[in-house]
Design a protein. Structure first.
Ligand code: ZN
Length: 187
């Protein structure tokens, strides 16, 4: 128990330093980036794709899908997470940035995957925001429970959308990988 408490404190210290560095880098990059308000979210394009690629428009379609099938969820998401960063491609489709209380979405995911798949990613990351704002920190001992909660939200939302079987299957597989310990990052 003492070891667990020390580990949590150490993880919290590392996270605080990492968050501070990330916040500084993001604030610097934000000043040089395209920024728009899309469906009441502040969206900052940190990727190398220009607006001509339709990335903001695609994101509007994603938020419209959530509004259409689960408007109450979208209203709640605006309270938990007001910013969305569009970032260059990476290992995961999205992540929650605690330092700026923002959802980060990879540009290739936005432009190449289905609108529903991107919507599920936003739903997932917004749940991370909700959990963080409730004061529950993302430490290794809680990782599986937190990811379970986030994927459950994805699946709850996807059940409301017709023909969502493939995306739901993908979400279940991602969760299984985390449970099996095959992934060390967030999903
Ligand atoms: Zn996650």
């Amino acid at each position: 128990m003492i070891f667990e408490a020390c580990r949590c404190a150490w993880e919290g210290c590392i996270r605080s330093v990492r968050d501070a560095v990330q916040a500084l880098l993001v604030l610097g990059a934000t000043a040089l980036s395209q920024q728009r308000t899309v469906r009441e979210f502040v969206v900052i394009n940190l990727s190398d794709r220009a607006d001509g690629d339709g990335v903001f428009q695609r994101l509007a379609q994603v938020l419209d899908l959530i509004e259409r099938f689960d408007p109450g969820r979208l209203r709640r998401m605006r309270r938990y997470c007001k910013r969305i960063y569009i970032v260059p491609g990476g290992a995961s489709e999205g992540s929650y940035w605690r330092s700026t209380n923002a959802c980060a979405l990879h540009v290739n995911h936005i432009l190449s995957d289905s609108v529903l798949s991107v919507a599920m990613t936003i739903v997932h990351e917004a749940m991370h925001a909700r959990i963080e704002l409730a004061g529950i920190r993302y430490v290794s001992g809680r990782r599986m429970r937190i990811e379970n909660a986030c994927v459950r939200q994805e699946l709850e939302f996807a059940e409301l959308v017709p023909e969502s079987g493939p995306e739901m299957q993908e979400a279940r597989m991602a969760l299984a990988r985390v449970c099996a310990g095959n992934s060390t990052g967030t999903i």
